[in-house]
Every structure is written in C-alpha cells, then in structure tokens.
Write a protein that binds this ligand. Structure first.
Ligand SMILES: [Zn+2]
Length: 301
C-alpha cells in the first residue's frame, strides 16, 4: 500500500471528519497523452484525486464542498456505481463524483469520467495494493475503460458546439476517447468536421491529422501528444527539460522527500486530489489538466 500524506477533512454532506490523502500537485514532466492525461509524475497521483467520506459515501474532489444534490448519495444508482466490483475502486469514485456534479458542471463530469477510464487503463500497468492481477481482471478492465470513455464521449457531445480554445481541448478529448473505445467511424467523422474548421490552429490540425492516421490503422492504444508536437512546442519542452536537468535551477515543480512530511497509511476508504501547478512549467490549459483541486499536503517520492 502506498504511503501518502493525509489531512483531516470534514464532509460537506454529513459533517463527519475523516483523514483523506493530502497531496501537493506534482509537476508533469513531458507531453500529455492525446486524451489530455498529463505526464508523470502527475498522472500517478490520479487515484487519489477523489475523496470518499467513510460515513455517507460522498465522493468529490474535496469533501468540504457540499454536494449540489445530496439526495443522490442515498440512491441505489449511486451505490450501484460505488459497489461495482468489476471496476477499480479509484474508477468507481471518479464515476460516483461525476454523478454528483452532472447538474452543475458538465466539464467536471467528463473529466471525472475520463479519470475513471484512466484508472481502468492503469490496471496491470501500475502496481496496486488490492491483490494479484489475473488475466480476466485485465480483460475486464479494458472493457470497463471503454465503457468509461463512452460515457465521457457522450458528455463531451453535450458540450458542443466546440468553440475557442476550451472547445478545441474538448474536441481533442472526444476524438481520442472515441478512437480508444474503438468507435472509429464516429472518431473519423468528428476529426473531419474539426479539420474543416477555417480557424483551426496548427497544433490542433497536427493533432487531428495524427488521430486520422491512428483511426485508419484501427489503433486503440495510448499515444502521446509528443507525436504531433509543433517545432515551437518541442523547443519549449526541450528548454524545460534542460532546466530540470540543471542542478542549480533544480527540478520543475519540486516534490518533497519522505523525511519532509508526516505520513501515514491511507485506509482503503480514502482518496485524494492534487494542487496548484508548480515551478516554471508551461501551464496546461486543457480542461482535464486543470481540475480545481484543494491541495495542502505534499506528495511522497
Ligand atoms: Zn459524509
């Protein structure tokens, strides 16, 4: 079981106090995936992004804020999601949290649904504390990841039309979700529609052209946006990497060492979010990379 710092949190739904993982947002070193999942080490924090109250089951990116629809937490649908053992617990929490913000924040809904897909992707690739992995678990996790991506795609379509910069990030997320879910026809149609936009920027044009290539190859694998980065972006990433390697400047977004923070084992009922961007790294303005996480503690190395 990983060691992470925790802090007391009071549930905004039932007022129960509990200890929840309390992480300082890690930096991301490198390019995000095409579906906007950030690079390491930020991507490894994700299983802690959603907190769960051990008393009432409220799941959110920070329990202090009361749910918009508290009655939903008592519903069989909500508990059906949380008790779906075919899915990793972190994925269930993402989906439960998505249910609770549907009436107020569709962007957060799709971000949580994508988060659930990423947690399913991690089965078999991240060492987990919840038992040995069987081949059936892996096959099932792939199916669950597709299910979550289809949920996210449906939510993203509700956010159409895609306009301005935020709209383009939503579009990028939608196309990649459809491709990775094996919905090649729909993914291609979305791509062609986006490529037809007269004011499409160079970075997005390269991204959608790469998606078309992957769709033609019927490729459902994870791909990095490095594969379609513009020369300017490559130069920027190169400079950032040089800074990270500079012993005087030090790492971008410092992560504390174990001796610098108090830690304790996190009970299985808790989960957490990251915090403010650190260091000199270029901010990632994509919706999925900008969750409003209340973060106070520090991540362990
Ligand atoms: Zn509660």
């Amino acid at each position: 079981m990983p060691l992470v710092p925790t802090a007391k949190a009071t549930c905004g739904c039932c007022n129960t106090q509990s200890r929840q993982p309390d992480l300082e947002r890690a930096p991301r070193h490198g390019y995000p995936d095409l579906d906007l999942r950030p690079a390491s080490p930020l991507r490894e924090q994700m299983e802690h992004w959603i907190h769960q109250c051990p008393n009432c089951g409220y799941c959110a990116r920070g329990l202090e804020v009361a749910p918009a629809e508290p009655a939903l937490i008592d519903s069989p649908t909500y508990w059906g999601v949380l008790e779906n053992r075919r899915m990793p617990i972190a994925a269930r929490r993402f989906l439960a949290a998505a249910m609770l913000v549907r009436s107020t924040d569709l962007d957060q809904v799709q971000a949580n649904q994508m988060g659930a897909a990423w947690m399913c992707d991690d089965v078999g690739t991240v060492q987990r504390a919840d038992g040995c992995l069987r081949f059936g678990d892996l096959v099932n996790a792939r199916a669950m990841a597709v299910e979550c991506r289809m949920l996210a795609a449906a939510t993203l379509r509700e956010l159409k039309p895609f306009k301005e910069m935020v709209g383009m990030w939503r579009a990028a997320s939608l196309v990649d979700a459809l491709r990775r879910a094996g919905q090649f026809g729909d993914a291609r149609a979305e791509c062609l529609e986006l490529l037809d936009q007269p004011r499409l920027g160079e970075a997005h044009r390269l991204r959608f052209e790469l998606e078309l290539k992957l769709i033609r190859a019927r490729d459902i694998a994870r791909h990095s946006s490095e594969e379609c980065a513009t020369p300017e972006r490559r130069e920027l990433e190169g400079r950032l990497q040089a800074d990270r390697d500079n012993p005087i400047i030090g790492p971008v977004g410092r992560v504390s060492t174990r001796s610098e923070c108090s830690v304790e084992r996190v009970p299985p009922t808790s989960a957490t979010p990251p915090a403010a961007p650190a260091g000199t790294q270029q901010p990632d303005r994509s919706p999925a990379a900008q969750p409003a996480f209340p973060v106070r503690g520090r991540l362990l190395q």
